[in-house]
Design a protein around this ligand. Structure first.
Ligand code: SF4
Length: 410
């Protein structure tokens, strides 16, 4: 098989691994039409390095052969898809060639399991080793690790890779037992724990050998099982706390041809994945607890974002006086991000905050107006119900404008 044919199969097979931000964008393509670009391509993805740079990564599988039969996975052994396998030196060559042509800044390498967990992991580590030691490759490397592999291989992987990830895929033990019975939540958590221990050791002993400086991450598939967003967010929160994960990625389940009956025929709404990313960001950056965003069983609202949903459910905190409130509460106002919350706190040390200051900071005025008080502004729609506000915020912009006078009169 030609290298380009392998690349086509193994880059396509890797697209289900979410290594970057939400894929909630609408599907567009210029193929056969005017213009250039597409939102649905695969092969090169983007990720963020520890210093905040956005880098392009060659995103491929070493192979899509797999001895496991996880029901939600296109690469499961019972799946009737074209198969391919790269040799180690082929991945190394592709990475260095693409890097030298400036196509990519690094490599994201995952794999189906061939022969055994150890054998597969050895191959993944060997790619990273050759890149680092033979080619002195200084680009970014993200390696997916095989949970059952020998801890010595995990340690070697951390020596060469910037980031390691162990995919948990499903949020509950019962779902893993049902849809991926050859996997074990216990083994997955042991692997995550081993990575965390190595990361802690490195943090405590700066002279210890290098180990995955960009930390570890994992992926949860959304909509392959019946787990709701509350379960998913609770699991993510536990994983962040227990294993110091840098990121949890959420990947909307994609039904595949000849899917088994155990998984849904329809994908979940892409907006669900997007809302989970927003909620996740609120937990990591804004100090929200999963239980605040999802106090009861169910899914996040699709029509409004999770911060707005929280604010509408907690009107007792609003309208918030921006000249008196704590910085962390200002950041909880819908339409005010962390950076603007900080700027407002700095500004009020000099003078009182006025309404126009918020427009100058380019805050989303329609969103924040019902929730704030400044020295010269207090919302007239104080008494507007959360339901009315929700409709105003959730509708299309033209309808939003039409509703505004009603809110002002309320
Ligand atoms: S082990 Fe990974 S590649 Fe293999 S079937 Fe399961 S999810 Fe797919």
């Amino acid at each position: 098989m030609k290298l380009t044919d392998k690349l086509e199969i193994l880059a396509d097979a890797a697209k289900y691994d979410a290594s970057c931000a939400s894929s909630g964008a609408p599907k567009r393509s210029s193929i056969g039409k005017d213009g250039i670009g597409a939102t649905s391509g695969m092969g090169i993805c983007h990720s963020y390095t520890p210093d905040g740079r956005c880098v392009s990564l060659l995103k491929i599988l070493l192979t899509n052969f797999c001895i496991y039969d996880c029901q939600y996975c296109v690469n499961r052994r019972s799946s009737d898809v074209p198969r391919a396998r790269f040799a180690v030196n082929e991945v190394v060559r592709l990475t260095t060639d693409f890097y030298l042509r400036n196509y990519i800044d690094g490599l994201f390498l995952s794999s189906g399991i061939i022969r055994s967990a150890d054998y597969t992991m050895e191959q993944l580590v060997e790619v990273a080793r050759q890149l680092r030691e033979t080619h002195h490759f200084r680009g970014y490397i993200h390696l997916k690790t095989i949970p059952d592999a020998d801890p010595a291989l995990l340690e070697a992987a951390g020596r060469y890779a910037d980031r390691l990830s162990v995919n948990i895929e499903l949020p509950t033990e019962a779902s893993i037992a049902h849809l991926a019975p050859e996997k074990s939540i216990h083994t997955i958590k042991l692997a995550m724990g081993a990575i965390r221990t190595k990361l802690d050791q490195k943090a405590e002993e700066p002279k210890a050998p290098k180990f995955a400086p960009a930390g570890q991450s994992t992926q949860l598939i959304v909509g392959a099982d019946a787990s709701d967003d509350k379960t998913i967010l609770d699991t993510a929160e536990t994983l962040y706390g227990s294993y110091k994960l840098k990121r949890v990625y959420y990947s909307a389940f994609s039904p595949i041809p000849q899917s088994p009956k155990s998984v849904p025929l329809q994908p979940p709404p892409m907006m669900r994945e997007h809302r989970l990313y927003q909620a996740d960001f609120l937990m990591r950056g804004y100090g929200f607890q999963a239980s605040e965003l999802m106090p009861a069983a169910g899914n996040l609202a699709l029509d409004i974002d999770p911060k707005l949903a929280w604010a509408l459910a907690h009107r007792e905190h609003f309208p918030l006086d921006l000249n008196r409130a704590e910085a962390n509460m200002i950041a909880r106002v819908p339409g005010i991000g962390l950076r603007n919350a900080k700027r407002l706190v700095e500004l009020r040390r000099l003078r009182a905050i006025r309404y126009v200051d918020l427009t100058r900071l380019r805050c989303s005025m329609k969103k924040i107006a019902p929730f704030i008080v400044t020295v010269d502004y207090r919302p007239r729609q104080d008494g507007a119900s959360s339901e009315l506000l929700r409709r105003a915020m959730a509708e299309a912009p033209s309808q939003q404008m039409a509703l505004w006078p009603a809110l002002q009169a309320a």
